[in-house]
Design a protein around this ligand. Structure first.
Ligand code: NAD
Ligand code: UDP
Length: 339
């Protein structure tokens, strides 16, 4: 069993991963500045697992704060979620995104190197495949510049991690390329808690369902897809969390830098999400069709066979589970962790 530092561990994917790490018997130290999360998520992680974790409030951009954590705890591996993730915001304040995501990741690598910790799992994204690759995306396809600054930070960090692993054999790095994480822990105790108006589809749908928003706007109905709305590869956050446990175990054993897609491989349209949510949860989602959102691709989904073959990872949850669990979380926590 390993001692794992989880940056950004109080956030949506991080908190679910902490549950799976603790359940698998690992020790967890969360390092998070709480800029987009609440410590309450970690209280609930501990209640759910009946185990304790260590929480350190700190910022990955700050050398002293990070170094202190590595000095105080004998860390075996790092799972790195911390960063900013709103695509639209990244177009308005690129420097802030470069600072938190790129400079923050560089500082983390430097502190790891200083402490002699060389095992890292990084939260990447399907956005690194850019706009030209056909789906299903495969890990060895050529990457290209994403059309937004958030995606650019993910590509930059991936490339830096590839290069340090090539230069220094002690590094062992997993690049997990997430598709569209949705859902929540089945208990409804932890889930996605966006601040302000949600940018992503799923929290928008659940906030309409709970009455916090009037209606869902579907961005575009004239895409070249089966029903005209965009298609994505939605993945249950608990399946995604489990992939981290497998990836960190794999990396503690091997050297080099390796990328894995984490998606189901099944394209689902935005309209299907709305209609299946209504059916599974017996709630009507008032909806309007509006113009396309700038920068959206018509469709993309994963070839997830590498994660299956090399990590033994298989998604277990269905679309219906994802939508029922998202609603269960929202229903129990109408105002997120504030309620
Ligand atoms: P989140 O915002 O819920 O979690 C990120 C956490 O990082 C938050 O708790 C936040 O407080 C913390 N944080 C931000 N900047 C920090 C800093 N400088 N120092 C310390 N902590 C900091 O987001 P999430 O959805 O859980 O995403 C986790 C990671 O996965 C991110 O890197 C994100 O880019 C990546 N990712 C997310 C998605 C998605 O759709 N949710 C898709 C692909 C990749
Ligand atoms: N979407 C939508 N209405 C919303 C939010 C998102 O129609 O309020 C669509 C968006 O155009 C995209 C899909 O839902 O086709 C998924 O968007 P999201 O922002 O959740 O993830 P992305 O795939 O952009 O990372």
């Amino acid at each position: 069993m390993a001692k794992i530092l989880v940056t950004g561990g109080a956030g949506y994917i991080g908190s679910h991963t902490c549950v799976e790490l603790l359940n698998a018997g690992h020790e967890v130290i969360v390092f998070d500045n709480l800029s987009n999360s609440s410590e309450e998520s970690l209280n609930r992680v501990q209640q759910l697992t009946n185990k304790t974790l260590v929480f350190v409030q700190g910022d990955i951009r700050f050398e002293k704060e990070l170094d202190q954590v590595f000095q105080e705890h004998k860390i075996d591996a790092v799972i790195h979620f911390a960063g900013l993730k709103a695509v639209g915001e990244s177009q308005k304040i690129p420097l802030t995104y470069f600072d938190h995501n790129i400079a923050g990741s560089i500082q983390l690598m430097k502190s790891m190197e200083k402490a002699g910790v060389f095992t890292l799992v990084f939260s990447s994204s399907a956005t690194v495949y850019g706009e030209l690759n056909p789906s299903p995306y495969q890990e060895d396809m050529p990457l290209s510049l994403p059309n937004n600054n958030y995606g650019y930070t993910k590509l930059m960090i991936e490339q830096m991690l590839q290069k340090i692993a090539l230069a220094e054999m002690r590094w062992s790095i997993a690049l997990l390329r997430y598709f569209n994480p949705v859902g929540a822990h089945q208990s409804g105790q932890i889930g996605e808690d966006p601040q302000g108006t949600p940018n992503n589809l799923m929290p928008y749908v659940t906030q309409v369902a709970i009455g916090r928003r009037e209606k869902l706007s579907i961005f575009g109905s004239d895409y070249p897809t089966a029903d005209g709305t965009c298609e994505r590869d939605f993945i249950h956050v608990v399946d995604l969390a489990k992939a981290h446990v497998l990836a960190v175990t794999n990396r503690l054993d091997q050297q080099g830098c390796r990328a894995w897609n984490i998606g189901t491989g099944i394209p689902i349209s935005v309209l299907q999400i709305k209609e299946t949510f209504e059916k599974v949860n017996r709630i009507v989602i008032p909806t309007e069709f509006v113009h396309r959102r700038v920068g959206d691709l018509a469709a993309f989904y994963a070839d997830a066979s590498r994660a299956k073959n090399e990590l033994g990872w298989r998604p277990q949850y269905t679309l219906e589970d994802m939508l029922a669990d998202s609603w269960n979380w929202q229903k129990q926590n109408p105002n997120g962790y504030k309620s």
